[in-house]
Write a protein that binds this ligand. Sequence first.
Ligand code: MN
Ligand code: MN
Length: 319
Amino acid sequence: MTDSKTWAQPVNPLQSPRFGDVATFNRLPYVPDFKGKSVDVAILGIPYDGGTTYRPGARFAPRAVRDASVLNRNYNPHVGVHVFERLNVVDAGDVAVNPIQIQKTLGAIEKRMTEIHEAGARTVCVGGDHSVLLGELRAVHRKFGQPVLIHFDAHNDTGDEAWGEKYHHGTPIRRAIEEGLVSGDRIFQIGVRGPMTSPSQDDYQRQQGIHVLDIDLFQDTAKRELFFEQIHRVAGKSPCFITFDVDGVDPAFAPGTGTPVVGGLTSREALACVRRLKGLHIVGADVVEISPPFDQSDLTSLLGAALVFEFLSLMAIGT
Ligand code: MN
Ligand code: MN
């Protein structure tokens, strides 16, 4: 957190209406180079969807979320924080991805995030399909060590090879564990549901000690509360990373996504869950799998923009 007065403020809508100007995340200054500037959090787009296995389109999410985020404001009454009085937040632009080469893209994500970390800032990333998480976690691990990972998703993302490829949006959690970036017993998954390939699909989660609050457990208020208490107990003051696959939310609320699964969280439940993480030391966060070509009335992009604001709020409180 900066000691001096914060300088990075959203454009005042009474001076220039929300529908005008060039869209940046939350109408914040576009600052790709931090030299000579004190930045606390960089919002970073990752326009990559080469890791999708079904419907593509997440490469268009950073632009769509920038547009939707013009409705974001400054003060969060639910957790009681005026974000931009506590943090200098900027739009750092997008990672220069390689749209047809996943390894080069993962490398570019790690490099860009490391630059931002070295400048003393944290990141909130807007993907991109969920394969981008591996690049993010490589950078986070380099800077902060193994984080506690809070993972919203309809899927576990612990799959293995598909069509002979180890890296795609169904495998980032397994690959991150293999690379030692995060430990299974410090991963908390929320919203998992739907049919599996076989009964043994859960074996990996059990072997690794991954904590899973599936949608049935989520609906049990007492069990849900215990799960969140456990997150706080395990995390304490240690670094935490939130990865939010928007398909954790029901496609009735978030239709613009590549691998929808019915029967998920409502938007309000999702926001409440994120607010329940208040007090944790959040060193990074993302929202991924928003696919604007499949969206309706910008619902999914609006949810993505709202989640970005909630992540910033947690960062403003938990530093
Ligand atoms: Mn998913
Ligand atoms: Mn996912």
